[in-house]
Write a protein that binds this ligand. Structure first.
Ligand code: HEM
Length: 398
């Protein structure tokens, strides 16, 4: 057992894949749960696996490679569609897709800008130093997720949802079965109450449309609607929080090299967000799968029944595809990264995530141009075993 590598692997540099990935192509690793699973790096192999119908995302498989004890148990009980296979998965995904188009995300831009501006106003009123992770990244992503389902900050439901979100941990190294179950129950209770209220007063928001078009027509059961909304809000909040927090650190590191570039040329923003998504790959080990048949990857055959984790940071740092992959280069020739995954489970929230990241980072550079780190990067700690790789704090001043 001792020569099996422990996974997740910590990063030497928070803005790049773990160095060890350079030595891994297909390898069996030891998970925190004591189980083993295969991890795969390499752009082509990761994409091929994520598109391979012989890999299942069904959390009920015995060897599902959950990274924490609580994750599989809670997943099997609540069955969010991210942990299902087609055709079951397809019906839930189809329910959400019309709500998650580029057009819908663009239409939310104004609301996202208002949310971000309010939070920057609060930062400026508060004054330095602040922890940008809690006082900005977390606050922005939670508020945008609430706006997405039609709950504004002034609405009493806002506190209930963010309270339940704050108290729960449904994945990653810090969750166990009991806390994950309690947290998720609290979140489901809140959404249950919100759905009941919306049923009485349908509005123009995403949740009202799901209720009218799917719940009231009998296309979806109430519990399944709650699970779908809950996983979308949770997936959207944790990933975006880490992306905003880690991106700010990356921009301010190295004598603020990247921050100055964005300040000098704001038109770089969309390319900068894509490059940060690639380089930081916060959702490195989100895509958890099980082989349902023997699958050959290079010279290795992954036996049917084994857990498989195609590593997104491993693919996004493949030196054969991205030259000098650990360098964050906003002018890099555009190649499609897999930070949002690939295949049937590719992130449904990616259009909104891009808008959030562009507005959050662009507004900080614009309105707080003198922002700088209030600590050495080497003094900060990072959660390498959470659902999304994330700093514990982002101390800044201006
Ligand atoms: C920078 C931010 C984000 C990153 C890096 C990210 C990453 C990912 C990845 C890698 C997957 C694929 C998982 C798999 O293959 O098993 C995924 C799926 C998903 N994401 Fe995101 N995500 C982000 C933001 C969001 C947002 C804002 C939302 C909600 C609005 C969201 C909702 C979802 C959902 C519901 C799925 C499951 C899709 C399915 O199984 O069909 N994500 N995300």
């Amino acid at each position: 057992m001792s020569d099996t590598r422990a996974f997740p692997v910590p990063r030497a540099c928070p803005f790049s894949a773990p160095r060890e990935y350079a030595d891994i192509h297909v390898e069996q690793v030891l998970l925190p749960t004591g189980r083993r699973a295969w991890v795969v790096t390499g752009y082509e192999d990761v994409r091929a696996l994520l598109a391979d119908r012989r890999l299942s995302a069904d959390v009920r498989h015995a060897n599902f490679p959950a990274l924490a004890e609580g994750e599989q148990e809670v997943g099997a009980r609540t069955r969010p569609f991210i942990r299902m296979d087609p055709p079951e998965h397809t019906s839930y995904r189809r329910m959400l897709l019309p709500e998650m188009t580029v057009r819908k995300a663009r239409a939310m831009r104004r609301a996202v800008q208002r949310v971000v501006d309010e939070r920057v106003d609060e930062l400026l009123r508060h004054g330095p130093p602040v922890d940008l992770l809690t006082q900005f990244a977390h606050a922005v992503s939670s508020t945008v997720m609430c706006e997405m389902i039609g709950v504004r900050r002034s609405d009493p439901w806002f506190r209930r949802i963010t309270g339940a979100l704050g108290s729960q941990q449904i994945g990653g190294g810090r969750s166990d079965a009991r806390t994950a179950t309690e947290g998720l129950d609290a979140l489901f209770d809140v959404f249950d109450g919100l759905v009941a209220e919306r049923e009485r007063h349908l509005g123009e928001d995403l949740l009202s449309r799901l209720i009218a078009d799917h719940l009231h027509t009998g296309l979806v059961r109430r519990d399944d609607l709650l699970a779908t909304v809950a996983i979308t809000v949770v997936a959207g909040r944790e990933t975006t929080t880490s992306m905003i927090g880690l991106s700010v650190l990356a921009l301010l590191d190295d004598d603020r090299r990247l921050w100055k570039q964005l300040d000098a040329d704001p038109t770089l923003l969309p390319a900068a967000v894509e490059e940060l998504l690639r380089a930081l790959s916060v959702g490195d080990s989100i895509a958890l799968r099980v082989a349902t048949e023997d699958i050959r990857v290079g010279t290795v055959v992954i036996p049917a029944g084994d857990g498989v984790i195609p590593l997104l940071a491993g693919a996004n740092h493949d030196p054969g595809v991205f030259v000098d992959p650990s360098v964050v280069d906003f002018t890099r020739e555009r190649r499609s990264h897999v930070a949002f995954g690939y295949g049937v489970h590719q992130c449904v929230g990616q259009n909104l995530a891009r808008v959030e990241l562009q507005v959050a980072l662009g507004t900080l550079v614009d309105r707080v141009p003198s922002l700088e780190l209030d600590a050495e990067i080497t003094d900060l700690s990072f959660r390498h075993d959470a659902i999304a790789y994330c700093p514990d704090r982002v101390p800044v001043r201006w």
